[in-house]
Structure formats: structure tokens, C-alpha cells
Design a binder for this molecule. Sequence first.
Ligand code: ADE
Length: 235
Amino acid sequence: MFNVIILTIFPEMFPGFLNYSLTGKALEKKIWNLEVVNIRFFAKDKHLTVDNVPYGGGAGMIMRPDVVGDAVDSILSAHKDTRFIYMTPSGTKFNQSIAKKLVEFSHITILCGRFEGIDQRVIDEYNPYELSIGDYVLSGGEPAAMVVLDACIRLIPGVVSNSDSIIEESFSYSGGMLEYPQYTRPEQWRKHRVPEILLSGDHKKISDWRQKQSQVITKKLRPELLDRETNDKFT
Ligand code: ADE
């Protein structure tokens, strides 16, 4: 079982799109489990304040360490074996290889920040694995956490029925290349015909053709993926 705890001030955002399709069915079948904890429950005042202005001035609001810290403590003390992750645009950039490694943990806790971020002392105290889904800034870590979870959950055996489709798809096929083009019926659509080789029934030739297509497409669209050294980092 892949157990997930989310720390957020917007618990109603979850499970969100994870409740649909493959991840939704897997949740129903208890292949993975989701617990959502509202950080606001740990607020100290009657207005349930979770943020304050930054020391030294500047725009936006910062999540308070006393509130977030108590929320984190409540989880970490009950789940000593959890892998603690903080979603932030400053984190390590998420990729397929990180998804494969994360899903090996039986328990993960994901802290989602809002506003301009979380007081640095929370990060210094817990040293979470800081994870980004790309070089852009979202309004909060919640959609990023859902993206990470989607990528992880579909790798759990039994979630995607045809396991071949996981091995062959983009970023997994032949060690991190893009997927070859796919076609289905009809053979002729408008002026476009399915490549003859796919109709040949020659499995070896088809497999070679697909591999070659993957290489050509990757070289054209994402040449940096062919440099494997830069592609497989997880700390
Ligand atoms: N929070 C805000 N932007 C983010 C991003 N790009 N990745 C992860 N968490 C975030």
C-alpha cells in the first residue's frame, strides 16, 4: 500500500483529479491511501491565522513556523517511517526517475505551501525533500503535489492494466526517450495514411522502426534527454 498524507490549508482540493480514471479506481480499490490534514487546525488564535508578513519587508505573506511546525510534528510523530516532501518551485525538478523512486516508499507526507512560501526555519528543522514540478510559480503546492502523485500512483502494479504501456511510454521507453508515434483505425484518415510498416505484421521490423522513431523524435524535440547523465538524479 502506498500511503500519502497531505498537509495543506485547502484540504477540499483533494483528491481533486486523483479521484478520476486510473488513480481514482486505484484509490477505491485501496491500492493507495490518502489522508488530508488541514494545517489551519494548528493555528493559535481564534481567527485561525496561518500566515504573517515577512520580516525585513517585501510582498506577500509567509506561513508561520509555529503553526506549520505543529502540523508537521503531529504527522511525523505518528509516522516515523514517512518520507517528508515539501512542494516548492525551488526544489529538485521532478521527473519519471524520481516518480519511480518515490513510489517505492510505503509512506510519504507532502507539505503544500501557499502565499509566498513557508518560514525557512521549518525547512531547516525538518530538512524535507524539496520538490518542484517545473520552472514556473503556481499559487500553491497543491496542484504540484497532485501531479507528483498521479505520476507515482500509475506506476504501482495493477493500476495500469497493460504493464507494457508503462514501459514503452514517454520518458520510460529505452531509457528516457520520447514515445514513438501511435496510430489506430482507420488506415486512411483524410490525406494521411498509417505507416505501411505497422500493417506488415513483422514484429521485429515494427519494434526496430519504433525505436528509431523514438530516437529521431527525441533528438528533434528534446535533445537534452539523450544526455542520460543529467537525467537520473534523485537525492
Ligand atoms: N509551488 C508553487 N509552484 C510550484 C512548483 N512549480 N512546483 C512545486 N511546488 C510549487
